[in-house]
Every structure is written in structure tokens, then in C-alpha cells.
Design a protein around this ligand. Structure first.
Ligand code: URA
Length: 284
């Protein structure tokens, strides 16, 4: 393969990795060679390639920062697509990702399996995949399970969860109506902030969950969620309460309920942001 074609192909593969797609197949005919690092399934069957199993042969894509557009708050405008495929004249018929159609949360959970993709597997009790309505209009993304969540296998069931439940109710919704998950699915020891390698290993599953649910709004709870979902590194108090483009949907950033538990006077900012969520979901 010549250098130009290799570069174009690499750009496409990076683009698909951004979307969480890692398994590719190659049609039997043709002579395109994929880079050795790519997980190429056998040529047969070329069309209905299976969903990935939990034994990926390449590490999940390291999603570092989101594209620049992501870090700009939206005005009143609706969303523009954020992740653009690389512009290329390269014919991808020979090296397209395996067509697998929309995934369900159950399929993603199966793919996650008894995950050992990062070191958190060594200390967790339970994988906390996510909880709630698979067709939710609103998805909450927290940081990572704590002790209660690790015990029960459900996100936000401890004190922070009780506060989140109250906030959800304050905007006229029920917990069962929304979907709740975290940037990592296993409890970090001592409830520390998840480390980069852990987020890199786990976040592709989060993106796939969001893609499967197709919510109207993703609410990032706290700075680590904002960094992972939106690629924004600024302080949460600066960027909270604003709407951002996120793929074909939108996202809002707010403070983590655990922060409010430690700083009860800040509950008003959480309430303010939840009111914005209520207004957003009303219009549409
Ligand atoms: N904090 C989080 O960020 N997530 C949980 O699931 C619980 C507490």
C-alpha cells in the first residue's frame, strides 16, 4: 500500500475508533491491506460480521480530547455534527467497518463481559454498567461507582444518588425515565478519580451506550465526566449550565451531586442547571 493510501486509511480508522467501532472486515476480493495493528476478522462471512466479543485484540481507542467544536458552548442553535469523517477520495468499499446496525444496550453489556480491560477489575466487586430507560431522552454521566454502587451493581444508589434522584424529581421526572451511567464501570479504590488508562479503556463503552440510547440530552455530572464526554478541561464552575454539541445530540455540564453534599450551599447551582434541563426537554 502506498504512503498516501495508508495515511487516508489510518485517518478513517481513527475516525471509526472515535465512534467506538473497532472491528473491521475485509472483503475477500480486492487487495487492500490493513495496517497490522487493526483487528481484521477473517474475510468470511464478509457482511454480517459479529458484534465484537469481549476479547478485543487491540486496546480500546484512546479518546483524548474531543474535537475543538465540542468545547464551544452552543448558543440557541441546534447541534451541528461534531465528529467529521476525514475528507478523502479513498474508496472504502474494501475496508469498511463491519456493518452491524444499531447496537442494543444488552449487546454492549454482553461485549463488555467480565471485563478485565483495566486495573480496576482487580479491586471491584461488581461491574456497574448503567441503569434506567434504554430509550431515555436524558442520560446522566457520573464519574465512577462508589462503595454502595459496587455492592449493588447499580449507579448512584448512595448518598449522591439520593440527591440526584431528588433533582430528577424536582424537574417532574422519575429516575426510571432517565438513564444513568458513569465514565468508568468499576469502582476506583478509595473512590479516587479514574485514571487516564482506565477512562481510555472504559469510555468507548459509554459512547456506545449513548449511541444506542440516542438521548436528546446528556448531562455530565462533574469535571471528569465533562472531560471525558466533551473534552473540556476547564473548571466545572466556569462551564456548567451551558449546552454543548455532542455528536448528533447535546450535552450540558453541571456539578457532581457529591460536590453539593460536601458544599450544601451549592445546591442552588445544581437546581439552576436542572431547571435548564427541564426547559430544554420541554422545547422539542
Ligand atoms: N458517584 C458517581 O459518580 N457515580 C456513581 O455511580 C455514584 C457516585
Amino acid at each position: 500500500m502506498d504512503e498516501k493510501t495508508r495515511k487516508e486509511l489510518t485517518a478513517w480508522l481513527e475516525f471509526y475508533r472515535e465512534l467506538g467501532i473497532e472491528d473491521f472486515y475485509r472483503r475477500a476480493r480486492g487487495s487492500v491491506e490493513l495496517p497490522a495493528s487493526v483487528n481484521v476478522a477473517p474475510a468470511e462471512p464478509p457482511v454480517a460480521a459479529p458484534l465484537p466479543t469481549h476479547s478485543h485484540s487491540i486496546a480500546p481507542p484512546p479518546r483524548t480530547t474531543a474535537p475543538a467544536e465540542l468545547s464551544k458552548p452552543l448558543s440557541a442553535a441546534r447541534v451541528a455534527p461534531v465528529i467529521q469523517p476525514p475528507t478523502t477520495s479513498f474508496n472504502l468499499f474494501e475496508a469498511a467497518p463491519a456493518p452491524r446496525g444499531p447496537e442494543t444496550l444488552a449487546q454492549i453489556r454482553t461485549d463488555l463481559g467480565d471485563c478485565h480491560r483495566c486495573k480496576l477489575a482487580g479491586t471491584r466487586k461488581t461491574i456497574v454498567f448503567g441503569d434506567g430507560n434504554p430509550h431515555a431522552e436524558l442520560v446522566f454521566v457520573g464519574e465512577g461507582p462508589g462503595a454502595d454502587e459496587d455492592e449493588q451493581g447499580l449507579p448512584f444508589v448512595g448518598r449522591a444518588g439520593k440527591l440526584l434522584n431528588r433533582m430528577i424529581q424536582s424537574i417532574g421526572m422519575k429516575r426510571e425515565e432517565v438513564y444513568i451511567c458513569n465514565i468508568v464501570k468499576c469502582r476506583p479504590p478509595g473512590n479516587r478519580t479514574p485514571e487516564k488508562d482506565e477512562v481510555d479503556a472504559c469510555s468507548p463503552f459509554l459512547y456506545r451506550q449513548i449511541e444506542a440510547i440516542k438521548p436528546r440530552l446528556v448531562c455530565c455530572l462533574g469535571a471528569p465526566a465533562v472531560r471525558t464526554v466533551l473534552g473540556i478541561k476547564e473548571g466545572i464552575t466556569k462551564i456548567r449550565g451551558q449546552f454543548y454539541a455532542f455528536g448528533s445530540t447535546q450535552a450540558i455540564a453541571t456539578v457532581h451531586p457529591a460536590y453539593v453534599l460536601r458544599n450544601p450551599r451549592e445546591e442552588k447551582i445544581l437546581r439552576e442547571d436542572f431547571e435548564k434541563i427541564r426547559e430544554f426537554l420541554k422545547g422539542g
